[in-house]
Design a protein around this ligand. Structure first.
Ligand code: HEM
Length: 143
């Protein structure tokens, strides 16, 4: 069982790399879409779509493996510390913010310029939340 749990932790960290790495790359693509000409935008939107899929895939891996680790390694949520509770609260806010940002991105891609501020704000919030979630994850289980 312990090897299986180790594999889940490995997958959890791969999910983290996918979500955070692609999110960071998005922070470089977004402003270039805003500044680019018609032809550049077309190509950049394709990259944007691929990165968004990686973010969603990474979050999916985190959301599947996380509860499994809690269940199999820590035998449920009851013994987990305050840092872990803060992490879970931040994960919920992140999921909402990613949803809002993704929807606004779709609107913007469809030509609705009013969605631009929302995509920028959601992108920034996602970055800050990602950093804070990793911080709280590092402090969890060490009390
Ligand atoms: C955006 C979502 C998430 C991110 C960025 C994230 C990030 C991380 C990181 C960086 C670690 C490693 C911490 C360390 O080794 O000290 C970790 C571990 C862990 N995470 Fe997550 N996590 C996320 C979601 C979740 C969820 C939803 C759960 C459970 C409901 C969860 C449960 C766990 C557990 C139990 C560990 C400890 C693994 C161990 O025993 O070493 N995570 N997470």
């Amino acid at each position: 069982m312990s090897s299986f749990i180790n594999l889940l932790i490995w997958a959890h960290l791969i999910g983290l790399a996918m979500a955070v790495g692609s999110g960071m790359a998005l922070s470089q693509v977004g402003p270039r879409i805003a500044k680019g000409d018609e032809k550049q935008r077309e190509a950049l939107w394709d990259v944007y779509g691929a990165l968004i899929r990686l973010v969603h895939g990474g979050l999916g891996v985190l959301l599947i493996t996380g509860p499994l680790i809690v269940w199999l390694r820590y035998e449920g949520f009851s013994g987990l510390d305050m840092w872990f509770s803060i992490k879970m609260a931040l994960v919920v806010i992140l999921l909402i913010s990613v949803l809002v940002g993704t929807r606004a991105g779709k609107k913007l891609r469809g030509g609705d310029m009013s969605a631009r501020n929302t995509t920028q704000r959601a992108g920034m919030l996602n970055g800050i939340l990602g950093i804070l979630i990793v911080l709280t994850a590092a402090f969890s289980f060490n009390a």
